[in-house]
Design a protein around this ligand. Sequence first.
Ligand code: ADP
Ligand code: MG
Length: 254
Amino acid sequence: MTAAALEIRNVHKSFGPREVLRGVDLTVPAGGVVAILGPSGSGKSTLLRTINHLERPDLGYVAVRGELVGVEVRGARLHELPLRAVRRQRTRIGFVAQSFNLFPNLTAQENVAEPLVAHRRLARPGARERAVELLSRVGLGDRGDAYPRQLSGGQQQRVAIARALALEPDLLLFDEPTSALDPELVGEVLSVIRQLAATGTTLVIVTHEIGFAREVADTVAFIDGGVIVEQGPPSLVLDNPQQPRTREFLSKVL
Ligand code: ADP
Ligand code: MG
């Protein structure tokens, strides 16, 4: 049996007295596309940060392709990989945040080449060539020499996506990738993500774009108060939600 691209089991996470994740379970097969919806403060970003090993679960575990990192079960550390294993696993996970987080003093091409130079030890000319290919995939093959300030928000976010793809991640995480964009720039970013979904990249997307979730996701998970209240195909969760909290949320955003 091949391991799931991502397996989250009973993940709990508190900040001080506040329990932000209260037992999250989620399995994403390779090539799966999951959209995570939920109100502000429900724990969506914390969940993504936990998947990306920026936060460590207090209980439960996260495994990427069957490889567990920082496992703790009921307070007992069963096994913990060294920091270098955490770093290696993090290079297999791409992350695209709400704000584009590009290096302002590097061109688009240099931004995309940076992880290749840092993690793959590619020589700069090779890394630049690869960066141009990646920029072409997001429709920016001709903007490699532009600095972030010379690009629109939608273009900057597409550069951020190209950079997240540079190390050919097993898993790509998006945290509200379009919510910092002017409305007219949302479409170009969604169409790049749609294309990634169609080419079999495993995606976890936190989004408020319900129509987009319905179209690209094979699983929609609604999170509220640090638990996944309901998950399933969009036709169920979005069009025929079973839980009152899901219905209430959807009635506000649709
Ligand atoms: P969402 O992304 O769904 O809006 P978050 O995961 O960002 O929610 O936050 C969930 C809750 O956890 C919020 O109440 C937030 O203030 C709290 N929180 C998140 N990160 C931290 C942190 N590092 N320290 C303390 N509280 C945090
Ligand atoms: Mg958030």
